[in-house]
Design a protein around this ligand. Structure first.
Ligand SMILES: [Zn+2]
Length: 256
């Protein structure tokens, strides 16, 4: 299956419900609302064959029950969270194969935004819900900075060419913050121009390649001396350990 057959279905203000298509079959990721999914499946004459869930927030699971009333499909989700309609409880180390779309995924635990948050990945793709965003990361609603730091380090350890599918279109606002952390990062200002062109045409800024994120996402760059220096000078951080830099950066973004 090529990357072209993964389509974002827009929901709410800025959510993406990713739809993996193969022939007449479709799997959706984090359907917070059933209506835009029904509309898309009808329009494209697709048959829903499965649902993947990354974490329990209503804007990611709110459509499960309504979708199940029309399609009796398996719902994959995190073992450690309460997911409506879940049939397959997953945690790190598990592997799934979805025959109808010919895709297999490995599971990683990526807590921080929520405690049981999981990601689905293979050689080419990662669905990471609200853990990593382009040029940003999720808010710490349940977990600690240390947990999120470790989750992002896990993602950073995946192959550089992997394409990352996030749960929200937050990229432009995230770039504005990233530029205040690293105003001299040329890759970041180039990326800002590229994203602006896409968004001006109403196109999504996602998915994004992991290698790109490593050049532009400050939360994946907390080991860089220039970022540690900025935090020490502007945010009164005393340690240059990446874990401490990460915690201070996340706090800064919370009030940005
Ligand atoms: Zn969330």
């Amino acid at each position: 299956m090529t990357i072209k057959s993964i389509v974002p279905i827009k929901a709410f203000h800025d959510n993406y419900i990713w739809c993996l298509r193969n022939g007449e079959n479709a799997v959706v990721v984090d359907p917070g609302d059933a209506n835009p999914v029904f509309d898309y499946l009808n329009k494209e004459k697709l048959n829903l064959v499965g649902i993947l869930i990354t974490h329990h927030h209503p804007d990611h699971v709110g459509g499960n029950k309504t979708l199940l009333s029309k399609f009796q499909v398996p719902i994959y989700g995190p073992k450690k969270e309460k997911i409506p309609g879940i049939t397959h409880c997953l945690e790190e180390g598990d592997q799934i194969f979805i025959k109808d779309i010919n895709q297999n995924f490995r599971i990683i635990d990526i807590p921080g935004h929520t405690l049981g948050h999981i990601g689905y990945y293979n050689d080419k793709l990662l669905f990471c819900g609200d853990t990593l965003f382009s040029c940003g990361c999720g808010r710490l609603f349940e977990g600690t900075p240390k947990q999120m730091y470790q989750s992002l380090a896990k993602i950073a350890g995946l192959p550089d060419e992997i394409m990352i599918f996030c749960g929200h279109e937050y990229t432009e606002a995230n770039i504005n913050f990233a530029l205040s952390v690293e105003p001299e990062n040329k890759n970041l200002s180039d990326f800002q121009n590229k994203v602006k062109l896409l968004r001006d045409q109403g196109l999504p800024s996602l998915p994004v390649r992991l290698s790109q994120e490593k050049q532009t996402n400050p939360f994946l760059r907390v080991h860089k001396p220039n970022i540690a220096r900025t935090l020490i000078n502007n945010r009164k951080v005393s340690s240059t350990h990446p874990k401490d830099v990460f915690a201070a950066l996340r706090k800064w973004k919370d009030y940005f």
